[in-house]
Design a protein around this ligand. Structure first.
Ligand SMILES: Nc1nc2c(ncn2[C@@H]2O[C@H](COP(=O)(O)OP(=O)(O)OP(=O)(O)O)[C@@H](O)[C@H]2O)c(=O)[nH]1
Length: 227
């Protein structure tokens, strides 16, 4: 991938329009590190101080992928129910990518992932939308975290998601960058495909049908949480 990070910006206001835009929502329980991950990607820094997100924060970064400019717009959503209610309708609209985050030191944040996936389904986000599963706070990982990580890898595989073990705080931000760069790259190749005919539309349609038949029951059968 010939990708480079051209510029970055961060704001609390609504996103601005420019070149092709890729809207990625970042969701997961409160305190798993969604704000830190998006901040790290957009500024290259771990924030010195964070507060619980209220509603949604927007951050943007302009990428250059194979000679094309793509604006990655990150919607950092509140993990706490009381801070997100009024915004839900807005952030599930026109989504191009989804990043699910859990905290390796907090098992319940992993066990709650199916609830976040259900919420996406309820807002008609089908399986054709590229998604990633992020296990964050790797710098705090204990030696017995390997079972949880294996479960997470399996969950990602079952749901066709890329899996990343990251630390928003770690010295190297490479893995954090990879999450969003890979999603932007996938969006770009999907668009190229759609230019070549209705291939993508057909594939998306068949995936939507598959998504409908994967009921919560079936999901449970394929994946059992250790909680
Ligand atoms: N050690 C370590 N701490 C982290 C990491 N990522 C986030 N944190 C800390 O975890 C806490 C919560 O981080 P946030 O990024 O605010 O979490 P959030 O998911 O955005 O939380 P909400 O906005 O409430 O949904 C903060 O104290 C961060 O400093 C990480 O990779 N490693």
């Amino acid at each position: 991938m010939d990708s480079s990070l051209e510029s970055s910006s961060s704001s609390n206001g609504p996103p601005t329009r420019c070149c092709r835009t890729c809207k990625i929502i970042v969701i997961g329980d409160a305190g798993v590190g969604k704000t830190c991950l998006t901040h790290r990607f957009c500024t290259g820094q771990f924030p010195t101080r964070t507060e619980a997100t209220i509603g949604v924060d927007f951050r943007e970064k302009l990428l250059q992928i194979d000679g094309e400019k793509i604006k990655v717009q990150l919607w950092d959503t509140a993990g706490q129910e009381r801070f997100r209610k009024s915004m839900v309708q807005h952030y599930y609209r026109n989504v191009h990518g989804i990043v699910f985050v859990f905290d390796v030191t907090n098992q319940s944040s992993f066990c709650n992932l199916p609830l976040w996936m259900d919420e996406c389904r309820q807002h008609s986000l089908g399986l054709e939308i590229p998604r990633a599963l992020v296990c964050n706070k790797a710098d705090l990982m204990s030696s017995n975290a390997s079972v949880l990580i294996e479960q997470a890898r399996h969950l990602a595989e079952v749901h066709g998601m890329s899996f990343y073990l990251t630390s928003a705080k770690g010295l190297k931000g490479d893995q954090v960058d990879s999450i969003f760069m890979a999603l932007a790259q996938r969006l770009k190749s999907q668009r190229r495909e759609s230019v070549n005919g209705r291939v993508l539309e057909c594939r998306a349609e068949s995936l939507k049908i598959q998504a409908r038949v994967i009921t919560a029951q079936e999901t449970k059968k394929k994946w059992t949480c250790i909680c």
